[in-house]
Design a protein around this ligand. Structure first.
Ligand code: URA
Length: 213
């Protein structure tokens, strides 16, 4: 597994405002959206392309188009939904699949409660959107879900990551014969006893959408 922490002053600035407990939900949603687009620029460096012939007003030339099958973007519900528009801005022709996962706050284990994905993902590049790579349980389960269906290239985009989550991903995906990359705006210090990232930004779903129970 490769972990790429995007080192850019605009990324650091937007993340700082997201971390601030006084940032309200509309501002949080807006900045998360912008931050994802910056992360997506880095995350799509390996997107598969093919040569594409065009005519400019002056001459014929060979350009670049996204290869087929198109990449699949997979937000993990609910908080990953807040990252979808920022991602689709860069990959407007990608397809979108959904996985709903919830973390049991006692065991910190993830379980799937909803899924809308093609049954066959053979040869598909997948971009998984999960704002907080905390314990790593949710992301590991989602990645296994996708690779079990044939996805052969996975990039996870996370606003924040914790070392414990990255270590768990490394462990759980060790036998997987599929390249996995995590792209994140920062690697924070640690998890607290409730599984929150420290210093973190709190509960990403609540910050995006309010406390909906
Ligand atoms: N999920 C969140 O939303 N925040 C954390 O800090 C950890 C998991």
């Amino acid at each position: 597994m490769r972990t790429h922490v995007v080192d850019h002053p605009l990324v650091a600035h937007k993340l700082t405002v997201l971390r601030d407990r006084h940032t309200d939900s509309p501002t949080f949603r807006h900045l998360a959206d912008e931050l994802v687009t910056l992360l997506a620029y880095e995350a799509t460096r390996d997107v598969r392309v093919q040569a594409y012939e065009i005519e400019t007003p002056v001459a014929r030339t060979t350009g670049t188009a996204l290869a087929s099958p198109k990449p699949l973007v997979v937000p993990i519900l609910r908080a990953g939904l807040g990252m979808l528009d920022g991602m689709m801005r860069l990959l407007p022709t990608a397809e979108v699949g959904f996985v709903g996962m919830v973390r049991n706050e006692d065991t910190l284990e993830a379980s799937t409660y909803a899924e809308r994905l093609p049954a066959d993902l053979s040869g598909r590049q997948c971009y998984v959107l999960d704002p907080m790579l905390a314990t790593g349980g949710t992301l590991a389960a989602a990645i296994k879900f996708l690779t079990d269906r044939g996805a052969d290239h996975i990039t996870a985009i996370c606003l924040l990551a914790a070392p414990e989550g990255c270590e768990r991903l490394e462990r759980e995906l060790a036998g997987l014969d599929v390249p996995v990359t995590v792209v994140t705006a920062a690697m924070d210090e640690r998890l607290d006893e409730k599984g929150y990232i420290v210093p973190g930004l709190g509960d990403a779903g609540d910050r995006l959408y309010g406390v909906a129970g």
